[in-house]
Design a protein around this ligand. Structure first.
Ligand SMILES: [Ca+2]
Ligand SMILES: [Ca+2]
Ligand SMILES: [Ca+2]
Length: 320
């Protein structure tokens, strides 16, 4: 009986430790290229596809490689940031995994449709069937010390189109000492310390408080006076390396606006501007992360007769 209790304790401790550590490392940041219409998985849509080593702006078979930073574990090729709705098309996703040592790992893959994956030019799995994201393949892979090139090719037959990819050590733990290119976004929004605005519509702070920009409630909003220009300044708790800014406009959007950053709140550097804003959700992905303690949004020309009105601003940084 004593022996059995001891055994039970050991098992419980092991289960507990395993659960504590078994956190998946989803790769959420990729370079993508496509969509290639009416292509299939077996076609070599891009010449010498297994040996690809693209960078942002490279062109392959007439399509540009661009960055896709997602916050979700599933890379949705039909989402707004990627290729949009598509049936009967092929898309590619590429990333580099930088490993601090030679090691074995488990790569867990899910995909909506056909998937073909290469690691360092070696085809590690091909599944040419529509199967849904609930099915998962687990492949043992060898990471070299230094750069490892991971290429995923997905074929959409119908319906949704996407995949997920996560890396674990062979004993099911999270792997430390890995870096990625494109770099991983922080999965959490950066922490905001303070927000000020140039004006609040009708001085009605209860209805249009600038704090409503960061309350994660898409029903509450900040709204300005009905004049140009207007601005909001967001201060972070600590300097952050900003990578992605999502603006969720209410009906009263900005046609022309700019984003600037500052470390001291006095000297500003413009990081983005547009004169053809369309409202809705605008996702601004910076080519390189920028260090900032403050972010300023300046509305220069309103899209409607009303003021500037935003439901949310979501700001994401790079993990250290
Ligand atoms: Ca589709
Ligand atoms: Ca599909
Ligand atoms: Ca809100």
């Amino acid at each position: 009986m004593r022996k059995f209790l001891f055994f039970l304790c050991v098992v419980l401790i092991l289960v507990f430790t395993f659960n504590q550590k078994a956190r998946a490392l989803y790769i959420r940041d990729w370079l993508i290229c496509g969509p290639f219409q009416e292509a299939v998985l077996e076609d070599e849509v891009i010449q010498n596809e297994q040996g690809l080593s693209p960078q942002v702006g490279h062109i392959s078979s007439g399509k540009e490689w661009r960055e896709l930073n997602t916050i979700k574990n599933i890379i949705d090729f039909e989402g707004r940031l990627a290729f949009g709705p598509n049936d009967g098309a092929v898309g590619y996703a590429f990333c580099e995994i930088l490993s601090d040592k030679k090691q074995m790992a488990l790569l867990k893959l899910k995909s909506d449709d056909g998937i073909k994956v290469w690691l360092n030019s070696e085809n590690i799995i091909t599944q040419d069937i529509a199967r849904g994201l609930q099915f998962e393949d687990i492949v043992t892979v060898y990471l070299k010390k230094g750069e490892n090139k991971l290429l995923v090719k997905v074929n959409d037959y119908y319906g949704g189109w996407g995949f997920s990819c996560n890396l674990l050590s062979v004993d099911g733990n999270e792997i430390s000492g890995l870096k990625f290119e494109p770099p991983a976004l922080a999965s959490e929004k950066v922490v905001v310390k303070n927000i000020t605005a140039s004006s609040v519509q009708d001085r009605d702070i209860n209805s249009y408080n600038p704090l409503y920009l960061i309350d994660s409630d898409e029903e509450t909003r900040w709204s300005s006076d009905h004049t140009d220009p207007q601005h909001v300044i967001i201060e972070f708790s600590t300097p952050e390396k900003l990578k992605r800014i999502d603006l969720l406009w209410e009906t009263a959007y900005a046609k022309k606006y700019a984003l600037s950053i500052s470390l001291d709140g006095e000297s500003w550097q413009e990081i983005y501007s547009t004169d053809s804003g369309e409202g809705g959700r605008e996702i601004i992905l910076l080519k390189k992360p920028v260090e900032a303690k403050f972010l300023k949004l300046v509305g220069l020309e309103r899209g409607t007769d009303w003021g500037y009105s935003l439901l949310e601003i979501e700001i994401y940084g790079i993990k250290e």
